[in-house]
Write a protein of this length. Sequence first.
Length: 397
Amino acid sequence: MNSLLGKKIILGLTGGIAIYKSAYLLRRLCSDYGADVQVVMTKSALEFMSPVIFETFSGKKVISEMFPKELSGTRHVDLPVEADMVLVAPATANILAKAAHGISDDLLSAIILVAGNKTVFAPAMNVNMLENPATIENIRILKERSYDFIDSEEGELACNTSGKGRLADEYKILEIVESKLAGNKLLDGKNVIVTAGPTREYIDPVRFISNRSSGKMGYAVAAEAVKQGARVTLISGPTNLATPFGVEKISIESANDLQKTLLDNNDNVDYLFMVAAVEDLCPLEFSKDKIKKNNIPEKIDLKLAPDIVSAFRKLNPQTCIIGFSVEMENGKRRSIEKMKSKNLDYIVWNDPSKKGVAFETETNEVTVFSAKGMETFLKKDTKRNIAQGIIKLIKNN
């Protein structure tokens, strides 16, 4: 197997008992896959294992110091810039905290800061450390910034307890590394627009009608599209999410804002992912001043939001348009009807009545329909993995 032949990987080793498994992982990467691996060890990692075994498998001197006496220069910058991937396995709670908060007080944390989302973390730690709110929050921050994770597994831990925190199986890690580095860039050179988040339809300057969309699914699609080689414009309603690395973001609020922005950026669009939860209901009238409580009417007249996708389609018959549908009752039928009426190429249906699906969740579960009759179910997974699955389906059908 030489699918990773010549790929430059930095293998970051931190101070956890699972480090012994990384020796086998390194041997496979170098001997079986042909990767060019540079091992970087933290001071804590050196307390657990000697660097000799890693130097033997990699054929390179292990490095650990930020400023060694025998070397001048900026290798903490040069190494990650030249690398195809930084794989941190095992990744301790400490290195996750440093990465989440931009701390770079040693060589590995500095490399991660420079590498950005070329970094993949494979956490391994005690279950109590993994489930501590601080660690959970640090992982959330990193995922929002488009860092990838190879989730730890459940089982017996070194502290004679059982739970989640075991380093992922070597074969799983290799499979994910291979898929990220050896696979084709599915959207290489393509122009992609992703809409995300809710819209707000204002009643007066401080009150509005909106919905529960967090924007997480749309941001996941945008981040994955960049990783697949696309030039991505993200048109986003109000969210609290960080802009994915490499994405051009345009902020909007109302459905009319979204329509205008989308049509202003409609030249040479190869793919439109219409993930935004456009609020269907708009107040018929807008008050320029805040309506006083004693003047609030008993009813507010409403109108429907503009049909944004249909307007875009008329100007862009060549664009592959992927719509998203949130439906509970008769969801399949309603989604397919929406796909046909709006002349979409695909539609992705998610059912928010299911636990951990659609709004305000880290996970999703969807069924993808195509205008040509395809129907594919993607089981519950992280929104990033769901985004990857959707893009693969579209490119392979």
